[in-house]
Write a protein that binds this ligand. Sequence first.
Ligand SMILES: [Zn+2]
Length: 178
Amino acid sequence: MIIRKLFKFEGSHIVRNCSSQRCRENIHGHSYKVEVFIEADQLDRGYMVMDFCRLDKVKEFIESFDHSYSLWTEENPDFKSFIYRYNRRVAEIPVSPSAEGYALLFFYGIDQILRHTPRINGESEVRLHSVRVHETDTGHAEAFREDLQLVKFKIEDIRFSEGVTEDWKSAEWWEKLL
Ligand SMILES: [Zn+2]
């Protein structure tokens, strides 16, 4: 069975090297929707794949991008220092922040979070099925497990500024992933 949980964030970025001049040369934002699909062969004692309340760390991870600038690590140093200088909330990420980049990054991060989420209610082998990222109402990108072959980074290559981490209830969940 598959369950799906929707998360939302307001994010800003530049997508370098894309075909559209507007997108590759201007800081701009989108109202993102992130659909997380989780599957299991068995149900837990509450007849659920996994209680949504157990996804609190997934929510914290995705909300770290809310009202944040998603800064590609490959940006030039002048631009990076400008962003850090005038923005409190920055998510520095090892992929370009296209919908595809986010889908891959979120799949990778959420997969790690789920691996570190203890099974406490008789859940079976709970697996992340896919992550779908909508940048607009009309288009989305979806990452599946086989797309992990595109991952050339580690969790420590995702860095959140203090303006992000100070809003976390606790940093313990993130430190466990590192
Ligand atoms: Zn955009």
